[in-house]
Design a protein around this ligand. Sequence first.
Ligand code: PGA
Length: 255
Amino acid sequence: MARKPVIAGNWKMFKTVSETVRYFDEFKPLVADADHCEILLCTPSPTLTSAVDTVRGTAIQIGSQNHYWESEGAFTGEISAPMVKATGCSHALVGHSERRQYFGETDATVLKRTKSALAEGLTPVVCVGETLEERESNNTETVLATQFLGGLGALTTDEFSRIIIAYEPVWAIGTGRTATPEMADEAHRFIRQQAADQFGSELADSVRILYGGSVKPGNCNSLMACENIDGGLVGGASLKPEEFAKIVHFADQPA
Ligand code: PGA
């Protein structure tokens, strides 16, 4: 089944409002003709409104990086899915490994965040992935199965049909160490099998699974060529318009 690729950027805690506007002014013409994939940028909360305004009229989509699962309330410092939706965002990144590592995100809270995003009509991009220690002790599949069942596995079939999954091995994030295409494809195949077991083969065939972890213009072609890889979630290389545009165009040039 043909799955439209998604090339997503995760800016993490980089860029102010003025830097955001400048970025998109440069980026928009570079990807104006790219209709072979969906383009998504997950930008910091204070920049969401200006990012949405700046890309209006283009195919570029904007997403948040994290939100709290309650709609409103006394939760100082948090933002809610309705607030994200009101900025004009279409997507919400959920369960990024930096949230899991540094901010106490668990499979249970990933599920709550995913459901609250879906309730607002946002498309969650839900991240899973193992640490280096887990991979080296041959526990990758156990970890992925636990994360899948503890988070995504509890969604309804309808909810599952509206999400995107990102496989991001923690050891490959920001380290310059990318999973080989074979390793990544194997993990994606395993996640797709989990999805098939839980939700049936039709939904498993249609869910997009993005690879994340040191994706660059120089390695994206071989990753994207894999059968089970439906796009990328790109951190560092999404910060420069030219570099990210090359990835959008699946350019194969050394970074
Ligand atoms: P990276 O980050 O591309 O800088 O490794 C990926 C991510 O954290 O989403």
